[in-house]
Design a protein around this ligand. Structure first.
Ligand SMILES: Nc1ncnc2c1ncn2[C@@H]1O[C@H](COP(=O)(O)OP(=O)(O)OP(=O)(O)O)[C@@H](O)[C@H]1O
Length: 249
């Protein structure tokens, strides 16, 4: 089967520091692929390279067989690859519904010049409500985004990413800063998303990662030292020595 995402020999340096170094990995359609590794291993940089936010110095990224290495972020979103945006990009003063409707509008190619009509657009609002329903926020649609709890904001980010029409979602630490209850809710939500979407997940919460991942890649000093199903990665001596240690015991 053609991988939905195929990465070959991807590289990125900041000055003399090789932050990602010869990274190769495949993500099959419908797979949740976790990228784990110690702080500073290059995980976020890799997500930036995949989303188009950072230009790669070398290597190749293919989405459903198409070489997207030189495409910008908007072109990648149009092809179905979206990064779940950080909370800072939510529009706090807008309603929860409008935040998602704007993402639907952007996908439809409409201009951002007319922000106000979004509020009354039935089709946009219908699609936005469907995305909110999917993440369990339908009852918060009319609230100001800024009034949501931290966990709800993370759910809203997911709804915004879904509303772009993405088939491949890049998620950078969706559980960061959440309490146990919020975290459990988000893990349930990610499990549900697996039924319809392909996911690349960076996450430090190892219990969540091992519960969710179909396959995972371990990044250490910018290099993939192991890639495979969770059990094989957990048992890999190189991974235990370099990263998981007693955490996986
Ligand atoms: N724009 C930049 N300019 C210079 N150095 C950078 C830049 N972005 C990242 N780095 C460096 O690249 C290295 C990898 O950073 P990155 O954020 O990708 O790691 P990470 O694995 O996501 O870490 P964490 O788990 O702590 O989030 C770090 O040493 C960081 O300081």
């Amino acid at each position: 089967m053609t991988p939905l995402l195929s990465v070959r020999h991807l590289r990125k340096s900041y000055g003399a520091l090789a932050v990602t170094d010869d990274v190769s990995l495949d993500v099959a359609p419908g797979e949740l692929h976790a990228i784990i590794g110690p702080n500073g291993a290059g995980k976020t940089t890799l997500i930036h390279q995949l989303s188009g936010a950072a230009r790669s110095d070398g290597g190749e990224i293919r989405l459903a067989g198409e070489n997207i290495t030189r495409l910008g972020m908007v072109a990648r979103v149009r092809r179905g690859l979206a990064r779940s945006f950080q909370i800072t990009s939510l529009l706090d003063g807008f309603s929860v519904l409008d935040n998602v409707a704007l993402a639907v509008q952007a996908r439809s190619g409409s201009s951002f010049r007319f922000l106000r009509p979004v509020a009354g657009d039935r089709r946009l609002n219908g699609e936005a409500m469907a995305a909110l329903d999917r993440v369990g926020l339908a009852d918060r649609a009319g609230r100001r985004a800024g009034s949501l709890s931290h966990g709800e904001k993370r759910q809203l980010e997911l709804a915004v990413a879904l509303a772009t029409g993405a088939r491949l979602l890049l998620l950078d630490e969706p559980l960061a800063g959440t309490g146990p209850e919020e975290s459990a809710r988000l893990v349930g939500l990610l499990r549900d998303l697996k039924a319809t979407h392909t996911l690349v997940l960076i996450e430090h919460d190892m219990a969540a990662v091992f519960a969710l991942a179909d396959r995972m890649s371990v990044l250490v000093y910018g290099r993939v030292i192991a890639s495979g199903p969770p059990d094989a990665v957990r048992a890999d001596p190189a991974v235990r020595a370099a990263y998981l240690g007693e955490e996986a015991a």
